[in-house]
Design a protein around this ligand. Structure first.
Ligand SMILES: CSC[C@H]1O[C@H](OP(=O)(O)O)[C@H](O)[C@@H]1O
Ligand SMILES: Nc1ncnc2[nH]cnc12
Length: 315
């Protein structure tokens, strides 16, 4: 946008990643547009710095947030083409330590209806290993815990905010297991039934490796899912998923998605969440996770990249 600054000097600790149907985040003040590069390439889209003014207090300063469009500004990146490492690395470098990520999902359960929101707590990986999925490779090994793929404390805040919007058209499910499939084709009916038998709640193509990379980058991460279809498991009881169906529900419910983000940002802007927003509980996790490779065994390339991401960790 003409006249908008291309640099931003204040720290930005919170990011929103928008998915299908959420390429922009209207209703916030546009403070800057950044186009960073990283050792893993450029992110999916420019990082838009938005100012969020908390709705319940005129005295609090606006909170800056970074917005990134996962599939690009015009949805030109397929799920397997999303440069997840560049996205997460660019956000961390900016100072981001908390990410709220949006995703349009298929429902695998009757009670999760189209336009319902789900705050998931688990993921089953059905990607095919073709997406780059770690910062620790090529001469520096690292292993981080992923038992809980989302941040439990952040999830509690997100759930509270979602429930506060109930009665205003928002229906929220507090838990759920995401099946993250490779795509870009949707599932077969046999696969869809199998995922239901595994206990899957919803299905998408984007939770991984985004969530894994956020964990490696010591960023507190929670996905908010919005159901747009019943995939294809209902057979004759309903129409199979198609893009028109997904986009239709996303468009019709985008105002609720925006209000949901606004409520979460209101809450995260409160001083009491300062430590959580900075993900203090994750600090130095990757320093120890990555120190398994002795200095003598490191390649310069791997070390340079990781030193860019984590200055001071591997000196
Ligand atoms: C257009 S339907 C499939 C597409 O929608 C979801 O995108 P996102 O998670 O970025 O909202 C799903 O993961 C697929 O990428
Ligand atoms: N049925 C589905 N399968 C995978 N990703 C989706 N995103 C929205 N609906 C989906």
């Amino acid at each position: 946008m003409a006249g908008v600054p291309t640099t931003y000097d204040d720290p930005v600790h919170i990011a929103v990643i928008g998915g299908t149907g959420l390429q922009t985040l209207p209703g916030f003040t546009h403070a800057a547009t950044l186009t960073p590069t990283t050792p893993w390439g450029a992110p999916s889209s420019p990082l838009t710095i938005l100012h969020h003014t908390p709705s319940d207090s005129s005295s609090r300063k606006p909170t800056p947030i970074a917005f990134l469009s996962r599939h690009g500004l015009h949805h030109e990146l397929a799920p397997h083409e999303v440069p997840n490492r560049a996205n997460i690395a660019a956000l961390r470098k900016l100072g981001v330590r908390t990410i709220i990520a949006f995703s349009a999902v298929g429902s695998l359960q009757e009670e999760i209806r189209p336009r319902d929101f789900v705050v998931p707590d688990q993921i089953i990986d059905r990607t095919k290993g073709i997406r780059p999925f770690t910062f620790f490779e090529g001469g520096m090994v690292g292993h981080v815990g992923f038992g809980d793929p989302f941040d439990n404390q952040l999830a509690a805040i997100v759930r509270k905010c979602g429930h506060s919007l109930e009665g205003e058209g928002v229906r929220l499910h507090d838990k759920g297991t995401i099946i993250c499939m490779e795509g870009p084709q949707f599932s077969t009916r046999a696969e869809s039934h199998m995922y239901r038998s595994w206990g899957g709640s919803v299905i998408n193509m984007s939770a991984l490796p985004e969530a894994k990379l956020a964990r490696e980058a010591e960023i507190s991460y929670q996905m908010i899912c919005m159901a747009t279809d019943y995939d294809c498991w209902r057979g004759e009881a309903g129409e199979d998923v198609n893009v028109e169906m997904v986009m239709g529900h996303m468009k019709a419910n985008s105002e609720n998605a925006r209000r949901f983000v606004g409520a979460v940002l209101d809450e995260l802007s409160k001083e009491e969440h300062g430590e959580q927003v900075l993900a203090k509980h994750l600090v130095q996790q990757s320093k120890w996770a990555g120190s398994i490779t002795h200095k003598d065994g490191r390649t310069k390339e791997a070390e340079d990249k990781l030193k860019w991401l984590f200055p001071g960790y591997y000196d």
